[in-house]
Ligand binder design. Structure first.
Ligand code: PFF
Length: 454
């Protein structure tokens, strides 16, 4: 009854799928967003809530997304419609796919701008711009950079062209090899940076900040943000992992893959935190550095360490690759849908989606300079997109996925697809996806909008 292949192509092996999904998960979310968000909400308590969300909500939902994608074998919109119909449920479940498209669109628009910062920093590092700089100079440098809309536009445009180019060729081509080499390289470099942070004299202070929970600084918004960060970092709630699942062969074990993907993603985020926070304290900075944190902290280290010019260039370059492999997964659900429903070629679909995202990204980059006075709820356009997409849309998408997988889909269908039998593993997933994940996300969301007081 279920299709065994997708018209968009298939991953050649399970390893190719794991690499692609890890490529999607590991990105700016781990290295740029995790540290500054953790800093904003006081460190340890945020990290603890984030880790709990990854384990109890993220892992089961990732399994559900892959399972649904593999059963549907189409873009998330059509997968949801097909599965809902097969299970005798309302076709309105396809709206979940639509919300995912909108979320992906919003996320990629600002993601590409930040990826652009990273590209610019590759050249700065290579050109020796960080030699001997102090905290004040790098901060000024970053401030001047984001105040320049032309430079931001140029980098944003280049990054969008790069992302469209890969998606146009099909995600199964070319992605695998780049992730296979870049990801371990990024990992090793991060480990080396943590090693450097150990020599800063403030390692214990940084690690303590990251791991000792101080709930007084967390608050309602901090809990919401920690949960949003878990969804964002794992690429969940918008169909990116679902669409990747639709290209996975029917034999592969979903649970093992998910543990590898989520484990790697979490480890990278923690390493990034351990590399950055000791340097924050070593340079007498406050952890509330905002979204410029990595760009304001790591260059100081690259400017001082032996071989810093080389390591700095490599670091930002690998970060560009990590962002690139994530951006591709943000475009894929839209592109798959355009191919399926509009009969577009992949090239045309990718270009159309890319132009739309690029235009929205311009509003984001202008909100950093020319439009900085335009705010809603105290947030500029870029921050607003980030907040709404990560903290509202992804968790909402996640709850709906959990409800669909746990309550709408017949138990026999999920048993059939997950291939865990009806043992302890399956039952644990069943408990998490039916009760824990939806209830926990609902409580956090309702609490955040003030409908429920914790
Ligand atoms: N997980 C990516 C990161 O951490 O950088 C960002 C992302 C990719 C979010 C794909 C959502 C998504 F669907």
């Amino acid at each position: 009854m279920t299709a065994t292949t997708s018209i968009h192509g298939m991953w050649s092996t399970r390893m190719a799928f794991i690499l692609a999904a890890t490529g999607s998960a590991v990105g700016l979310g781990n290295i740029w967003r995790f540290p500054y968000t953790a800093g904003e909400y006081g460190g340890g308590a945020f990290v603890l809530v984030y880790l709990i969300c990854v384990a109890a909500i993220g892992i089961p939902i990732m399994m559900a997304e892959i399972m649904l994608g593999r059963r549907g074998r189409q873009s998330p919109i059509n997968t949801m419609r097909l599965l809902a119909t097969q299970e005798g449920r309302s076709p309105a479940w396809q709206l979940l796919g639509w919300m995912g498209i909108v979320a992906g669109f919003l996320i990629l628009s600002f993601y590409s701008v930040v990826a652009g910062w990273t590209m610019a920093y590759v050249f700065r590092a290579a050109g020796g711009a960080f030699a001997g700089v102090d905290a004040e100079t790098v901060s000024l440098m970053f401030g001047q950079f984001i105040a320049d809309p032309e430079a931001l536009l140029a980098w944003h445009s280049i990054f969008m062209v790069m992302s469209v180019a890969v998606v146009a060729r099909g995600v199964a081509n070319g992605l695998e090899s780049s992730v296979r080499f870049m990801m371990p390289a990024l990992f090793l470099l991060l480990v080396a940076m943590v090693g450097y942070a150990m020599t800063s004299g403030h390692f214990v202070e940084g690690a303590t900040y990251l791991f000792r929970p101080d709930f007084s600084k967390l608050g309602t918004e901090g809990i919401l943000s920690a949960m949003g960060q878990a969804f964002f970092s794992l690429s969940l709630g918008m169909g990116a992992i679902m669409v990747y699942g639709s290209y996975l062969n029917s034999r592969s074990s979903i649970a093992t893959s998910v543990v590898i993907i989520a484990g790697t993603d979490t480890l990278v985020a923690i390493l990034a935190g351990l590399a950055i926070f000791p340097l924050v304290f070593a340079n007498d900075l406050a952890p509330q550095l905002g979204s410029g944190m990595v760009f304001k902290v790591l260059p100081i280290a690259f400017g001082q360490m032996p071989g810093g010019q080389f390591f700095g260039t490599l670091f930002f370059l690998l970060l560009v690759f990590a962002a690139w492999t994530s951006a591709i997964s943000l475009l894929e659900p839209m592109v798959a849908w355009l191919v399926e429903n509009r009969g577009f070629s992949r090239v045309r679909a990718a270009m159309l989606a890319g132009v739309a995202v690029w235009l929205l990204g311009i509003a984001s980059l202008l909100s950093l300079n020319l439009w900085s006075d335009l705010t809603l709820f105290g947030l500029g356009f870029m921050d607003l997109c980030e907040f709404v997409a990560a903290n509202v849309m992804l968790p909402l998408g996640g709850v709906l996925i959990a409800i669909f997988a746990g309550w709408m889909l017949a138990r026999s269908s999920s048993i059939d697809e997950l291939r865990l039998g009806d043992g302890v593993g399956y039952r644990l997933w069943w408990l998490l996806i039916r009760y824990v994940a939806p209830i926990a996300v609902a409580i956090v969301l309702l609490n955040a909008v003030g409908l429920l007081k914790l």
